[in-house]
Design a protein around this ligand. Structure first.
Ligand SMILES: Cc1ncc(COP(=O)(O)O)c(C=O)c1O
Length: 387
């Protein structure tokens, strides 16, 4: 059989190797603490699960939805107005996605012709680069380096690259580095994008998971943002409903129109009970987000205090649901260190190199275990590895 060349983008990578190692460990009777994948395990609010289950019992909800319910789009617009002070026209400036991951991959098909160029952060959430590559784009990495607080240095992007770029993906609070960008970064970003005629996709999955007391904002709240870009938002982390797959693309109406047009040809809309559950989540009882933040803070404290006490010096993240930690000096590459952690301490994390070249020298830990288990991580490392 002959498969498409684009499938070469998905070789047996580091994740497959680690999964095999984890399986081997488990087969030998070890109990592995897995902090590798960012699958949130804080349950959704009870009222959201109630709506989802009640709506799932109605036979009439099993038809193709085809389009977004107007009530859902109104609710998203209302949420953007209330939460970020951003006005969104529900009819033309927002559409739903099967999770923001789906939108971030498919949108590239609306923008890229063979050989076009896309700018993505480095390190970055993998779909930013993969979606563009699947659409036939070349990739230029914009480094996010520790010495710049992991903020992209727009002025360092070579002029010929900026002139060729079709779109760029930017995302703060950032996975994996956990950085938050200051407001003036967005002003410079919009200026840069206008100067070089580049479309901006801002992924805002973590605006509600900020722990330093500051309030997350929307890219669309900056003057001129809607002229050149869209924002992706997701209910996955904010309301703990990742498996129900619901996100949104909002902003520039031409871009939203193209995403809707593409999607109208490749899917039949979100399952109606999920649309109803999303309305319930957006509409009421927002204090649940405070509880989610508190749970992550407890996990961060348990993990980082424990690791600092055993000699692995790590800063507490200000945002997201991850910890971005430097590989201690004597342990070689990030992938080698990840193997040692798994082999000796039964703890699985993700090598920074999996997120792009500038991720080398770091590992990412997802805050997806209870505070109790997070304490256990430090204990297992202490008893098995000399840091
Ligand atoms: C930065 C970022 N964007 C998007 C997603 C995917 O979110 P969704 O569940 O809406 O597809 C994730 C999930 O980890 C993420 O970290």
């Amino acid at each position: 059989m002959k498969f498409a060349r684009r499938m070469n983008n998905f070789g047996e990578g580091v994740f497959a190797r680690l999964a095999a190692m984890k399986q081997e460990k488990i087969s030998s009777g070890a109990k592995v603490i897995d902090l590798s994948i960012g699958a949130p395990n804080i349950p959704p609010p009870a009222h959201v699960m109630k709506v989802l289950s009640e709506e799932a019992l109605k036979p009439e909800n099993y038809v193709y939805a085809i389009t977004d319910k107007r009530e859902l789009l109104n609710e998203v617009a209302e949420w953007y107005r209330r939460r970020y002070g951003v006005e969104i026209d529900p009819a033309s400036e927002v559409c739903s996605l099967w999770g923001s991951q789906e939108g971030l991959s498919h949108i590239a098909l609306t923008l890229i012709d063979d050989g076009d160029l896309t700018l993505v952060p480095d390190p970055c959430y993998p779909i930013f680069a993969d979606g563009a590559k699947l659409a036939g784009s070349e990739i230029f990495y914009m480094p996010q380096l520790k010495e710049h607080d992991y903020i992209i240095q727009l002025e360092k992007i070579p002029r010929d690259i900026a002139e060729r770029a079709k779109f760029m993906v930017v995302s703060y609070p950032n996975n994996p580095t956990t950085a938050i960008a200051p407001a003036d970064f967005y002003e410079r970003l919009i200026h840069f994008a206008k100067k070089y005629n580049i479309i901006v996709l801002h992924d805002n999955a973590y605006s509600e998971l900020i722990f330093d007391g500051s309030k997350g904002f929307s890219f669309l709240s900056f003057k001129g943002a809607k002229d050149i870009g869209v924002e992706f938002n997701s209910l996955s982390k904010t309301y703990g409903i990742a498996g129900a797959r619901v996100g949104f693309c909002l902003g520039n109406r031409e871009i939203v129109r193209h995403v809707k047009l593409l999607k109208s040809n490749i899917d039949y809309g979100l399952f109606l009970p999920i649309q109803k559950a999303a309305i319930a989540a957006l509409r009421s009882q927002q204090e649940v987000i405070d509880q989610t933040r508190a749970a992550y803070i407890e996990r961060i404290d348990a993990l980082i205090d424990g690791l600092n006490a055993v000699g692995w010096k790590i800063d507490k993240p200000k945002a997201t649901m991850f910890v971005w930690a430097t590989v201690p000096e004597k342990f070689g590459t990030s992938e080698e260190f990840v193997k040692i952690l798994l082999e000796k301490a039964n703890v699985m994390v993700t090598p920074g190199s999996a997120f792009g070249p500038s991720g080398e020298g770091f590992v990412r830990m997802a805050l997806v275990q209870t505070a109790y288990t997070m304490k256990q991580v430090a204990a297992q490392i202490k008893s098995s590895i000399e840091l």
